[in-house]
Design a protein around this ligand. Sequence first.
Ligand code: HAX
Length: 440
Amino acid sequence: MGYVKNRFKEVADQLAAEIKTLLQEHGETSLGEVTLAQAYQGARGIPALVTETSLLDSNEGIRFRGYSIPELREKLPKVDGGIEPTPEGLFYLLLTGDMPTDEDAGHISTTWARRSHVPNHVFEVIEALPVTTHPMTQFCAAILALQTESKFAKAYADGISKKEYWDYTYEDAMTLIARLPRVAAYIYRRKYKDGKHIQPDGMLDWSANFAHMMGFDDNQFKELMRLYLTIHSDHEGGNVSAHATHLVGSALSDPYLSFCAGMTGLAGPLHGLANQEVIRWIEELQANLGTQEPTKEQIAEYIKKTLSEGKVVPGYGHAVLRKTDPRFVAQMEFAKKHCPDDATVKTVWNVYEVAPPILESTGKIKNPWPNVDAHSGALLKHYGLLEEDFYTVLFGVSRALGVLASLCWDRALGFPIERPKSFTTEWAKAQVAKAGKATA
Ligand code: HAX
């Protein structure tokens, strides 16, 4: 066993023992009641999922294993000459809970590079789709095609013991993550660059190699990719992509099938596809007004128009967050350093000044602040990655780190199949009537 896998098993066994004691001694402790409103309105705030990799505070934002985004940018290993964290280091942190050394991150990087070969039939599956197919659909099809490689599925069919599930899940997670950049870059070059593909460079780290295979060899863009792929990775367990991966995985569907479920959820415009929608909305705003840098007054009018048409302002709002997303701030800091004069970047910052009070004034939007998707498109455009319908694929490659690390934990902790109780409105009315009688 590799030493990262050994370390994971060690911490997982320790936590599994702690959970066993916790449940034996306090299993009946109530975590709060569930209201009718919560059940009907997207299960907001119901603490019913366990996710070890990260925790979201509605005011402070995400913490990965206790570390905030600014702390991660400071403490995670960097490549030589780089200042942004590497996703390899972040994955080690998510998986083990330990802050990695350079050597740990380097070990993950080498492992992924070694496992990155994508079998030919996966490219054939992609090629079978019309080139006009949305990149997220191509991405999901490719993930399903990769499933032929699942060690978990083979081992399960061979009849392994429950105690071994985590091992094959880990192996599949590592291989799948290793292969995603090649698959994603292939989709990119196929759709937008006349199918002129670029071979991987095994000497580069995961993010830089991804950038290289897409056709971007600029060092600043590679730094942006390291930051981007780190900060989009995880957002605790209740968001659609994380929850879908966990849910499907709970049926012991292998990591490929489970991750694909997460990605079909990420492809929704209220979740990951919002990154595509944001930049479209900004470009429409610029086109409608005939200027790259509309004034704040013009932006305000455009926001009001969007709302009056019954549409959402993409990139704003969140089901849990109630302040500016620190992932937005990290991208803003990157832009302030590298491209403060870019017209679209400046427009993103002007929207940030203008939108919150307008959204707040509707009286119904609970979070008028920007989320992670509000900034990413402007940065990608700046570096020449112009095709916005590809943006959610970038998000998906990153999200693999969080949801697959969590899937390893699910299997290591032996979590059962997920099956909450549903009810009919008739049943709900009966409960209300019963509660009414009790208080009358
Ligand atoms: N623009 C216009 N209306 C908005 C809004 C926005 N940005 N955010 C919320 N609202 C509306 C909701 O549609 C809802 O309206 P109705 O009562 O008419 O249905 C009302 O305000 C209350 O919603 P909420 O409780 O504040 O928000 P929800 O928890 O229901 O939804 C969303 C959270 C993120 C889906 C929502 O804020 C939204 O649609 N935002 C725009 C899309 C977006 O940026 N999505 C990405 C979110 C982050 C993410 O997952 N990234 O991957």
